[in-house]
Design a protein around this ligand. Structure first.
Ligand code: ADP
Ligand code: MG
Length: 816
């Protein structure tokens, strides 16, 4: 057997580093030149060119002190060989740098990770105490904090500053630069309210002086609140942008902190926290500071030693101290740009336990016993024979992955990610037929009635040639028909069920549920998915989502699931032509839409609001449906669909659109999910800047479903500025949902895109899934390695901290 060592590599002749070589050739001539010599020196007394080359090489190697190398370079670059005294002096200086290079300072010590010793239980219990437990937090403050999302002692500690203010050197007011953000310390010398403008708006104006110059402070909102704070004589720290108006220095709505006597908030780096409106900046800082001082030092830091060493982590106590009370030598920029090692350590710790929990969840499901489906494949073959298309390679691959899971004697827990239109339904149905062939039932659960009905229609037409009739169960199905369906499910006579969450509501029981399929899984909560699983005896579960996310992220967020990527669209698809336009193009766009209608096509017009609202000047579906029916689309049949309509109204409209009775459907984003009307070829989204890119991609997926070329027009009203416009432009170029999602993550963060809140994950306290992707990956790997090395989590406090972090969610969220 060929082994690695039998392969020979050409080795470099000698392992001499550039620094060593540099020292070898530079030192002798410098020694010689540093002593007095009467005669004129030869021009080659100092091989400068070679030396400079070596300096560059040594700098590139990165092992030697860059400062010393740089200074040596400067000393030698223009060496005064002819002037004796200068030459001697210069050579001596050079020798000093040589000494420097010979004795490099010791490398910085590895950061210290002071691991917690002993039982961490009492400390974990303390962390779970309500915030009111803390000194300085009474019932009123506790209530304010709770409304703000800070409920426990631990929440207080993890409430990290959003900004750090460098008060080690404050700029005098006289030296502020217009247009730039700055922090100044000053005293309030005057304050008063006045009324201005047509509407007699109340304005608060104050003057602050630092002894050198005066700054005018202006508020248009919260005037009463600030008027009460800004008493003449108050010492304040102000942060804001300097503006020049009528020759005055002015800050509008600056951040203000009233300095409270003894507390020395000047001359250091000060953390600034988000806070409940009712609370002052200083009060919030005091609460966090006191908590940190009282409890921070005992925070359980239980990461395994090799992990902390490999990743150069510091323990949580030290990390929180650094973030909440940066010392005088702190690197403010690193803190503000969120690249301090302290924050990295906290995030790593958080992600390590996230990964560990995910893997445990996955492991416990894999250990359960489930149904081993071994279908001959007869039903599936018959369905394939009647399909008007061939499956794509990706569909075949994913079907293979699902088949292998279903054959295994453990429950499947798989997520199929596939872009809009990638053909997930047929894959799911083929899987369902496997279960049916083995004598089991299959259920497909969709998030809306419209979608459930549509799926039911599709499935019914596909299964008809096979002599199978799927049943439909939604909230609308009542009385005798409902009883009949329930009866058919309980007896096992109904093999395939399509429905909404009505499936998991009371009274539904299956004779033998073998496979549960959840479409648009992010629309469902963990409990709902778990309920579906509970309808059978450990049935297989297949989740589907049309919001693909990047793989690394998926592996972490869905770390407890097996993943399939349906990453190929059927070949006959014409990409939807996408255009971002401005308000002024509206009429032209509507004319274009009419042309499509005239050749028999249909169009969707989407608006961000259901109805006009005082609070917003965005266009609404209701108002626009009225305007358009009598304006731009006069003479065409315009329908209206929005989420506040009763479900049978919605269905009626949907059916009319499907049947072609409505040519134009004015709607809100209720149509975002799954709707399939192949004759619709135009999607116009108004106020497109209001939507996430992934959401727009979903909306775009409503067209381009038939053979005809389709169009998607995004009208941007410009309120998101040029950047917002550019962000939308990405959709003109990008057709892949995964890449759109990635861009969305970068600009907007995960939020609703992932349905994170419903994913049953612990809340993220310090981690940011976009900024921290690399850490996500590293922490997940370490967690995996740790679990492999210590499968029972018997070492250290890892298990206790894990349970604390997941607060019981580990057991709960076994599905999705
Ligand atoms: P999604 O993944 O968005 O749920 P669907 O399952 O609704 O997509 O499929 C979209 C359309 O593509 C359907 O009309 C379906 O019949 C069709 N389709 C599915 N697979 C293929 C294929 N391999 N070739 C052509 N059309 C396909
Ligand atoms: Mg679908």
């Amino acid at each position: 057997m060929a082994s690695e060592d039998s392969v020979t590599f050409p080795m470099p002749a000698a392992e001499i580093s550039a620094v060593d070589e540099l020292l070898r050739i530079v030192e002798p001539p410098l020694r010689y030149l540093s002593t007095a010599h009467p005669r004129r020196l030869a021009p080659n007394a100092l091989p400068t060119r070679r030396i400079l080359e070596l300096i560059d090489l040594a700098a590139a190697e990165g092992r030697a002190d860059r400062g010393a190398l740089g200074r040596l370079r400067a000393l030698l670059a223009d060496f005064p060989l002819d002037a004796e005294e200068a030459r001697q002096r210069r050579a001596e200086e050079g020798l000093r740098e040589v000494e420097h290079l010979k004795h490099p300072p010791a490398p910085p010590p590895a950061p210290v990770y002071a691991a917690s010793e002993g039982d961490v239980t009492p400390m974990l219990m303390l962390l779970s105490q309500p915030a009111q437990f803390l000194k300085g937090v009474g019932p009123k403050r506790a209530a304010d904090l709770a409304r703000f999302g800070i409920a426990t002692v631990e929440d207080v500690l993890y409430h990290l500053p959003f900004r750090y203010e460098d008060r080690r050197s404050l700029t005098p007011i006289a030296q502020l630069v217009p247009g730039q953000q700055a922090t100044v310390a000053a005293e309030i010398v005057a304050a008063g309210t006045s009324y201005a403008g047509r509407r007699r708006r109340r304005i608060l104006e104050a003057k602050a002086s630092d002894g050198g110059a005066v700054l005018t402070l202006t508020w248009f909102h919260q005037t009463a609140y600030f008027a009460a704070k800004l008493k003449v004589g108050a010492r304040v720290v102000l942060h804001g942008k300097l503006e020049m108006g009528y020759g005055r220095r002015q800050m509008i709505h600056p951040e203000v902190e009233v300095l409270e006597g003894v507390e020395d908030e000047l001359g250091r780096v000060v953390p600034i926290y988000e806070k409940p409106t009712e609370m002052s900046v200083g009060a919030m800082r005091k609460i966090v500071g006191a908590t940190r001082a009282e409890i921070g030092a005992r925070l359980p830091s239980v990461l395994p030693r090799p992990v902390t060493e490999r990743h150069r982590l510091i323990d949580l106590a030290a990390a929180f101290r650094e973030l909440h009370e940066p010392d005088r030598a702190a690197d403010v920029e690193a803190l503000n740009e969120r690249r301090s090692n302290a924050l990295r350590s906290i995030v790593f710790d958080e992600l390590f336990f996230l990964g560990l929990g995910m893997m445990l969840r996955k492991r416990s499901i894999a250990a359960e016993s489930g149904i081993a489906f071994r279908p001959q494949g007869a039903l599936a073959r018959r369905l394939r024979a009647t399909l008007p298309f061939r499956l794509t390679a990706a569909q075949e691959r994913v079907l293979g992955e699902i088949g292998a899971d279903m054959a295994a004697p453990h429950p499947m827990n798989r997520l199929m990610q596939g872009d809009v239109g990638s053909g997930k339904t047929v894959v799911a149905l083929l899987a369902a037929l496997g279960a049916v062939e083995c004598g089991y039932q299959a259920a497909l659960m969709a998030p809306t009635e419209i979608l459930a009905e549509q799926h039911h229609g599709t499935v019914r037409s596909w299964l008809a040639p096979l002599g199978l009739a799927p049943v439909l169960l939604t909230g609308k199905v009542k009385g005798a028909p409902r009883r009949q369906i329930l009866q058919a499910l309980a007896s096992g006579e109904a093999k395939v069920l399509v429905g909404t969450h009505a499936i998991i509501q009371e009274g539904v029981s299956f004779a033998r549920l073998g496979l549960g399929i959840v479409d648009e899984q992010h629309r469902f909560g963990v409990l709902q998915r778990k309920a579906l699983k509970g309808l059978g005896d450990n049935p297989d579960i297949l989740l589907m989502t049309a919001t693909p996310i990047p793989r690394t992220l998926a592996m972490t967020l869905y770390g407890d699931l097996d993943l399939s990527f349906l990453d190929e669209l059927p070949p006959d698809r014409l990409p939807v032509e996408t255009r971002v336009v401005r308000e002024r193009d509206r009429e032209r766009i509507y004319e274009r839409v009419c042309k499509e209608l005239d050749v028999g096509r249909q169009a969707y017009l989407v608006f961000p609001l259901v109805e006009d609202s005082e609070a917003s000047d965005l266009r609404s579906a209701k108002a626009m449906a009225r305007d358009l029916a009598t304006g731009a689309f006069r003479g065409y049949r315009v329908g209206l669909l929005h989420g506040q309509m009763k479900s049978d109204e919605k269905d009626a409209v949907m059916r009319r659109f499907q049947g072609g009775d409505h040519q134009v459907l004015v709607a809100t984003t209720v149509i975002e999910v799954g709707i399939d009307v192949p004759n619709a070829t135009v999607m116009v989204v108004d106020h497109a800047e209001q939507f996430g890119l992934a959401q727009l991609h979903q909306l775009r997926g409503r067209v381009g479903r038939g053979g005809a070329q389709s169009f998607c027009v995004l009208i941007s009203t410009g309120r998101a500025g040029p950047q917002g416009f550019e962000r939308l432009k990405l959709l003109e170029r990008e057709t892949s949902g995964a890449r759109v999602a990635e861009a969305d993550l970068e600009t907007r963060g995960p939020g609703d895109l992932l349905g994170l809140r419903q994913a049953g994950l612990p809340d993220f306290r310090a981690a940011n899934l976009v900024r921290d992707v690399r850490l996500l990956e590293e922490a997940r790997r370490e967690a995996e390695a740790h679990l492999a090395a210590d499968p029972g989590l018997t070492k250290g406090g890892v298990r206790l901290v894990l349970e604390h972090r997941w607060q019981g969610r580990l057991g709960l969220a076994q599905v999705g």
